[in-house]
Design a protein around this ligand. Structure first.
Ligand code: SAH
Length: 461
């Protein structure tokens, strides 16, 4: 029917006013109620837009010219921002980024969780929202016979060849990527070529302790034998005293996964160390470790506040990873039980507990949804449960097990407002109420949203 046909066609040039923004950071404008999504458009702006894709209920456009500019629009400081897939929000003020993230949490709670009228606080942001990442992993390729490093272009595997630096990555990391590339280039080490699966150097990874400034370099190669590798190591260690560890990781597969199975210490220590709050962490080449420790501290302080521990509580930390939250909680609880599905992460968690002299935290390998019923059968009665699941949220069986265990409080740390809201609905229907939610900006300049919710049992029976 003509009435339902989209009001625009492909390649139309239109004027559009943006009213809203999607969780991917695209501007949303409407023509007769038909929404068009336009990357880089900001609410309040009017722009000339080319229609590039028309679907039944919505379409996509390309921003050609801004006719009225938002006061929140800023010039992206990165020279490759519009090519790179890494950041999505550099064209908007940091203030607007924080508001956008708060609104996303609010909207998801309302639309998906039917939860309204509770405090969703202002996003906790960073004083300096740049150079916050402690880790960079960057592909190496060859161009005109020289080694180059750069991230992939959006939706492609072509490397951005004029990327000088990444300004959300720590300065030392940036500098060392450049140094390793330059030395390897001089020594004639070849770059990996994806299409022929030939060449040696696949990726350079650099990770630095936020507090300790200790740095680890991981050189990821297609095969183990690399000519001139010893000289590469020599030159790096002579020039860069902050480097405490150099590891070779061998990845012989045709794959997008960066790290291979085999790691080999080339020089220095197997671990570097870092601190979040009072807790020290030993980090190996393959360890998962939060990429923004400053904001991680903010997030965990909030989780700890929401857990309201007095020292008498038994606490479960589900999806505990390397035990970062568990060890934070253990300082204030009687006993903490952590569960996590990746065995290496649990080894790290145990080692980190030992490193900090924490003996009231116990860690288990397994799927949270399977371990919970088992714990319940064993008679474990937690006072507080903390969860920090991956983007897909918690399994329903896990949520039900939690409801049956009846902890007084649940603290839900989430990296996806949609699944958070879905899961909170289930908890609310099971007798819990959400008291408040705090968004924390762990990844400035990107669309990632992290939030922590405080949830309480309505009445203890
Ligand atoms: N709390 C940790 C890590 C959170 S990331 C930290 O702050 O560092 C989510 C974790 O959940 C990952 O480590 C992932 O391996 C783990 N995971 C995913 N599915 C799981 C499941 N079904 N049961 C237990 N852990 C799971």
């Amino acid at each position: 029917m003509a009435k339902t046909a989209p009001p625009v066609k492909k390649n139309d040039m239109i004027e559009l006013t943006f009213e809203d923004i999607t969780h991917e950071g695209a501007g949303v404008g409407k023509i007769n109620g038909y929404p068009l999504f336009v990357p880089y458009g900001l609410p309040g702006e009017k722009a000339k837009v080319k229609v590039i894709n028309v679907k039944k209920n919505f379409g996509f456009g390309k921003l050609m010219e801004t006719l009225h500019e938002s006061e929140e629009r800023v010039t992206p400081p990165c020279n490759v921002y519009y090519k790179c897939g890494g950041c999505q929000l550099q064209h908007m003020s940091y203030k607007m980024q924080l508001e956008m993230k708060q609104n996303q949490v609010k909207n998801a709670l309302k639309k998906i969780g039917h939860i309204e009228g509770i405090p969703v606080h202002e996003t906790i942001g960073m004083d300096d929202p740049w150079r916050y990442r402690n880790k960079v992993q960057i592909p190496v390729r060859s161009k005109d016979g020289e080694l180059i490093t750069g991230f992939y272009r959006k939706r492609s595997h072509d490397i951005i060849d004029d990327m000088e630096r990444c300004i959300i990555t720590g300065e030392i990391n940036d500098r060392l990527v450049g140094a390793v590339r330059e030395i390897a280039n001089r020594l004639g080490i070849s770059a990996y070529d994806e299409s022929s699966h030939q060449g040696i150097l696949r990726h350079i990874m650099v990770r630095t302790g936020q507090v300790t400034k200790e740095t680890m370099i991981v050189i990821i190669t297609r095969k183990e034998k690399v000519p001139e590798l010893n000289r590469l190591v020599d030159e790096i260690t002579k020039t860069y005293p902050e480097v405490k560890s150099i590891v070779q990781n061998v990845n012989p597969e045709r794959t997008n996964v960066i790290l291979g199975k085999k790691s080999k210490l080339l020089w220095g220590d197997e671990y570097i160390y870092d601190k979040i709050g009072d807790i020290r962490f030993a980090i190996s080449a393959k360890s998962f470790y939060q990429v923004n420790p400053l904001q991680t501290k903010q997030l965990y302080d909030k989780a700890l506040e929401y857990a309201s521990l007095t020292g008498e509580e038994t606490v479960i930390d589900a999806y505990c990873g390397i035990g970062t939250i568990s060890l934070f909680l253990a300082q204030k609880a009687k006993k903490v039980y952590g569960v996590e599905v990746v065995p290496e992460a649990i080894s790290d968690a145990k080692a980190n507990a030992k490193l900090n002299g924490i003996d009231n935290a116990e860690f288990f390998v397994g799927e949270a949804e399977k371990v919970m019923p088992w714990w319940k059968a064993q008679g474990l009665r937690p006072d507080v449960i903390v969860v920090d699941p991956p983007r897909k949220g918690c399994e329903e069986s896990f949520l039900q097990a939690m409801i049956e265990m009846k902890p007084k409080r649940i603290v839900y740390v989430s990296c996806n407002p949609s699944t958070l809201s879905r899961d909170l609905r289930i908890l609310e229907d099971g007798g819990y109420e959400t008291n408040e939610v705090q968004p924390v900006d762990m990844f400035p300049q990107t669309t990632h949203v992290e939030a922590v919710a405080r949830i309480q049992l309505k009445e203890s029976k």
